[in-house]
Design a protein around this ligand. Structure first.
Ligand code: S3P
Length: 444
């Protein structure tokens, strides 16, 4: 059975908080550490279910991995040719990143593997990776309509291609680059709009040459990765809940420490600033090839904005909580060009519109986004549909609701933000977690 949250209305958020490690970087650290030569030491690793799923998958392919212990993980890399055939299905749980990136990496192995996941992941589209990988010579079978599970018939005969992505997706770009490590010749990916570049940065940190020019990034197959040390910054996608909390709750003053501010991830800062948020970047520094800063947020009256579509891929995971910011802003916020939200852990346009309307917010879903008129709203019962970011977004919404909010099906918060309830309570949210109530997990 699942978990529900009960959040009392009102309150203020204050203090300092370090949210857990970046999910995208944690996945990649395990993947690249596993196929590197030597021992990779990771600190700040996200001990959430998604990153742990990736870790267990590499263990199942014979990679000795120690930890995590307080965010420390040691990966004894087996080299690019050292992975062993798994003897069981590889379970990605709720994690699209695990499945899509692994589809690319496994396409170039000399064995067959099966990638599966929970009910939410088994509904998500995979042709976006299997089709371009097929152009490289990969053979991957899907369930009907291109859904998981994926049976990856690995081959050592992949060939490099030049591929232009149809959707701006870092997962697809990364899948192709990881396959490209095993392909003959050069693999080049051109993206229609910039997306997160953690794969490119981390490949370079492992000493693997990556060529980039404009919107195209290329790798030559057959190179070697050398183990390194990776310090994972706090996840800006998890910090985003508190950036919105601090912005909407009167009297708030909160500092989020050691947050990754990679330029391909800071759409949320840009959008909140356009809405009038008071966010200051302090102590900017570089940590293992990734920029990091402390972010101080103080309450400020927000106003509605039209979100420029080019910012959408740079804030793609932050829309659930940005919709809550819009509900608290004066005037109308319009998001377009965000149809990708429909194929995330849930259909985030439909699910957020349903929940916001339940609270009395004027929210108009559109095929590719949402129109929200800000104003006062009430409490009520909302269903997260098993989507971690939807659950946390509605917890934040309670800060401005006139009544308590009860959020159903919250167990998946543990996929990206273990300890969310404690963290939220520590800065001032009046939130309680009730286990074993609501819908069965992952089956909504
Ligand atoms: C991710 C890329 C994004 C994002 C996901 C993590 C990654 O997905 O939504 O949470 O780590 O590459 P898309 O690339 O499919 O937009």
């Amino acid at each position: 059975m699942s978990t529900l949250y009960r959040v009392k209305p009102g309150g203020t958020v204050r203090g300092r908080l370090r949210v857990p490690g970046d999910k995208s970087i944690s996945h990649r650290a395990i993947m690249l550490g596993s196929i590197a030569e030597g021992t990779t030491r990771i600190t700040g690793f996200l001990e959430g279910e998604d990153a742990l799923a990736t870790m267990n998958i590499f263990r199942a392919m014979g990679v000795p991995i120690e930890g995590p212990v307080q965010g420390r993980v040691t990966v004894h890399g087996v080299g690019s040719r050292g992975l062993r055939a798994p003897t069981r299905e590889l379970d990605c749980g709720n994690s699209g990143t695990s499945m899509r990136l692994l589809a690319g990496l496994l396409a170039g192995q000399p064995f067959t593997s099966v990638l599966t996941g929970d009910a939410s992941l088994r509904r998500r589209p995979m042709r976006r990776v299997t089709e371009p990988l097929a152009r490289m010579g990969a053979r991957i079978e899907t369930a009907p309509e291109g859904r998981p599970p994926l049976t990856v018939y690995g081959t050592t005969r992949l060939k490099g291609v030049e591929h232009t992505l149809r959707v701006a997706s870092a997962q697809v770009k990364s899948a192709l680059l990881l396959a490209g490590l095993y392909a003959s010749g050069r693999t080049c990916v051109t993206e229609p709009a910039p997306t997160r570049d953690h794969t490119e940065r981390m490949l370079r940190a492992f000493g693997y040459p990556v060529l980039s020019s404009g919107s195209t990034v290329c790798v030559e197959g057959g190179g070697r990765l050398a183990a390194c040390e990776i310090e994972v910054p706090a996840d800006i996608s998890s910090a985003a809940f508190f950036l919105v909390a601090g912005s909407i709750a009167p009297g708030s003053d909160l500092t989020l420490t050691h947050v990754g501010i990679n330029p391909s991830r800071i759409g949320v800062l840009e959008i909140l600033k356009r809405m009038g948020a008071d966010i200051t970047l302090m102590n900017p520094r570089q940590v293992g090839g990734e920029p990091v800063a402390d972010l101080r947020v103080r309450h400020a009256p927000l106003k509605g904005v039209e979100v420029p579509p080019e910012l959408v891929p740079l804030a793609i995971d932050e829309f659930p909580v940005l919709f809550v910011a819009a509900a608290c802003a004066e005037g109308e916020t319009v998001v377009t060009g965000a149809e990708e939200l429909r194929v995330k852990e849930s259909d985030r346009i439909a699910v957020m519109a349903q929940g916001l309307r339940r609270l009395g917010v004027e929210a108009q879903p559109m095929p590719d986004g949402m129109r929200i008129r800000g104003g006062a709203y009430g409490g009520g019962v909302v269903d997260s549909h098993g989507d971690h970011r939807v659950a946390m977004a509605f917890a934040v919404a309670a800060l401005r609701a006139s009544g308590p909010i009860e959020i159903l099906d919250c167990a998946n918060v543990a996929t990206s933000f273990p300890g969310f309830v404690l963290a939220a309570r520590s800065v001032g949210l009046d939130i309680e977690e009730h286990a074993g109530e609501g819908q069965p997990r992952g089956e909504t």
